[in-house]
Design a protein around this ligand. Structure first.
Ligand code: HEC
Ligand code: HEC
Length: 385
């Protein structure tokens, strides 16, 4: 009798430790499996940027690395690219909004995998990585520099001027002021193209699923699997966060407030398109090295972008690779942690959303377990330590 009671107690204990939802093995349907495979493979095949003649060039990569870490690029001598894009912080800075020559209004994005983007910056102000590398040099809140300053730095520094001439076959003095600024942007881009994030537990799971290797798929945590199921299912996350970088590369309004001060707003994509249309440093301009120029297939999105009202308050869908390392979140860094991001998607106010966003987005009312599962999935998009 006593033995029976002990057995019953043990059974009850076991059940209490394993609520049914957790005990069940997570399996994926055929359409789910197909959806998961589309998040890979990782890394993508190597590619170069036709609009940048030194893309992939070893000497340019070396010059780009030097310039990236050189605070003398700013007239104050204090702000380098690496001041905000810190290598040991996944090339971000951990601050809500960037602080350079002045305090900015946007969060510093990680530069890992940035080379794979179509549009750069939260508002897509640039259509090339080299254009996006020129922008911070002259931006008042970032380096507050100018083409003349950049040219004189390179002509007067022996190491920089020698590497510059080796890379471009012409001295910075002879090249002309604005072309030097563009060349610097292109060398910086060549370096940044090498910043590719490492494979993650998710990638190992995805490839095992592709290969039908069930022993290997079973090592991916159940909570991450449940989060993944939500991500591609009920959560609708993958309607915007899709492909190997978990982004459509486009712009949306998910209801993050875009006021930056009393009576001041960040117009987001609307301002980005305006900036792009006024810029000389694009795939459509004279500085593109693409032999097909503005008729290149790579320039199609640039040719067709038009200023529309729905761009107002929209921001780029960020890549989710390595998201664990890049808190705080959103274009203005207002969400401090991944649980806060889950809370945002769980409770979002539909009234606040634009008509376009509302069709996809709705408050998810996640249970605590679902929020933890989604978070576990997002954390599996970072390389193992
Ligand atoms: C003061 C901090 C700061 C400095 C200095 C800075 N950046 Fe940035 N960087 C940012 C911020 C903030 C953004 C987002 C800008 C936006 O959306 O308008 C950004 C965006 C970018 C992007 C676009 C990334 C993407 O995925 O869309 C690239 C590329 C970039 N920076 C490269 C550089 C380079 C190269 C330098 C040096 C020449 C540099 N940055 C200097 C803060 C900084
Ligand atoms: C309608 C498109 C859309 C959907 C659906 C969507 N997102 Fe996003 N996501 C965005 C955009 C746009 C941003 C950036 C918004 C901003 O900064 O204002 C973002 C930002 C994020 C960030 C912050 C990343 C960073 O680096 O700052 C995370 C994490 C995230 N989303 C996860 C999710 C999850 C999880 C889901 C599903 C529950 C989801 N998203 C659904 C468009 C979407």
């Amino acid at each position: 009798m006593i033995r029976l009671l002990v057995l019953a107690a043990a059974l009850i204990g076991a059940c209490a430790n394993a609520p049914s939802a957790i005990a069940q093995a997570v399996s994926f349907s055929e359409p789910e499996r197909a959806a998961i495979l589309r998040f890979g493979p990782w890394p993508p095949p190597p590619s170069t940027d036709a609009s940048n003649r030194v893309s992939g060039d070893e000497k340019a990569i070396r010059l780009g690395l030097l310039l990236f870490n050189d605070p003398r690029l700013s007239p104050s001598g204090r702000v380098a690219c690496a001041s905000c894009h810190q290598p040991e912080q996944a090339f971000a800075d951990g601050l809500p909004v960037a602080v350079g020559a002045a305090k900015g209004v946007r969060n510093t994005p990680s530069l890992l995998d940035a080379g794979f983007s179509r549009w750069f910056g939260w508002a897509g102000a640039n259509d090339t990585l080299w254009g996006a590398s020129i922008r911070p040099i002259t931006a008042a809140a970032e380096m507050a520099s100018a083409a003349e300053h950049v040219q004189s730095l390179i002509t007067t520094d022996t190491a920089l001027s020698a590497t510059f001439t080796q890379t471009f076959g012409e001295s910075a003095e002879a090249m002309g002021t604005e072309p030097v600024l563009v060349a610097v942007g292109k060398a910086l881009a060549a370096y940044q193209e090498t910043l590719i994030s490492k494979r993650t537990p998710f990638d190992a799971f995805r490839d095992a699923l592709a290969a039908g290797n069930t022993a290997a798929t079973s090592t991916y945590a159940d909570s991450a699997k449940r989060g993944l199921k939500l991500f591609i299912g009920e959560g609708r996350c993958s309607l915007c966060h899709l492909g190997p970088r978990f982004t459509s590369g486009e712009f949306d309004d998910i209801g993050v407030p875009f006021f930056t001060g009393p009576g001041k707003v960040d117009k987001g994509r609307y301002a980005g398109i305006q900036y792009f249309k006024d810029s000389a440093f694009t795939r459509l301009g004279a500085y593109s090295d693409d032999p097909a120029g503005k008729d290149s297939p790579a320039a199609i999105p640039s040719r067709h972008v038009a200023l529309q009202g729905r761009a107002f308050g929209s921001f780029k869908v960020p890549s989710l690779r390595g998201v664990q390392e890049t808190a705080p979140y959103m274009h203005n860094g207002t969400l401090k942690t991944l649980p806060e991001v889950m809370e945002h998607y769980s409770k979002m106010d539909q009234e606040r959303l634009h008509i376009d966003g509302a069709a996809i987005l709705r408050p998810l009312n996640l249970s605590p377990q679902q929020a933890l599962d989604l978070e576990a999935f997002l954390r599996s998009l970072s390389p193992m330590k």
